[in-house]
Design a protein around this ligand. Structure first.
Ligand SMILES: [Zn+2]
Length: 163
């Protein structure tokens, strides 16, 4: 589907969070802990069926809950945390449970994926590493995210003419 047009609604929030918590100020993998804390997100790791990366929902007190599949590798878990975070901030609370896979609402899933890419792949690092000839896989390894998120951040950069 490519970069959803609605991503532009989300970017001011993401830019503010990136600035406030200095998320992109180093070359280290982006640490979302301070943002998760600020949003009162209760994060836990549990074994979930194969193929489901995680899900989020609001409990009966409307506190956001996020469950990440403990069986997956760390790069996937970090990418899922950012994806679910976007669902929590962008998509209205309700009974619906969002999963990273197999969700019929493609627009919400695309927003969560591209929003996660925007959070976890700093543009400066992406540009420097691409210029240095690194592959998306190598950049993903350095940033501890999935290769898919690096590719999606590159697509955003092309769409926004950031390169
Ligand atoms: Zn999702």
């Amino acid at each position: 589907m490519g970069v959803p047009k609605t991503l532009s609604d989300l970017i001011p929030f993401l830019d503010a969070a990136i600035a406030q918590y200095h998320l992109h100020s180093t070359d280290s993998p982006v640490n979302l802990q301070s943002l998760l804390n600020e949003l009162n997100i209760n994060l836990k790791y549990s074994p979930i069926s194969l193929g489901i990366h995680g899900y989020s929902f609001w409990d009966s007190d409307l506190d956001p809950q996020m469950t990440i599949n403990i069986r997956e590798r760390r790069h996937q878990q970090r990418s899922t945390e950012a994806h679910e975070l976007i669902h929590i901030v962008k998509h209205a609370p309700g009974q619906e449970r969002y999963s990273f896979d197999g969700q019929p609402d493609d627009l919400k899933e695309a927003e969560a994926d591209y929003g996660a890419a925007y959070l976890l792949v700093p543009l400066r690092v992406l540009k420097e590493r691409v210029r240095a000839g690194l592959t998306f896989e190598q950049i993903a390894g350095e940033l501890e995210v999935t290769k898919s998120l690096v590719y999606k951040r590159y697509e955003i950069a092309l769409a926004l003419r950031e390169l």
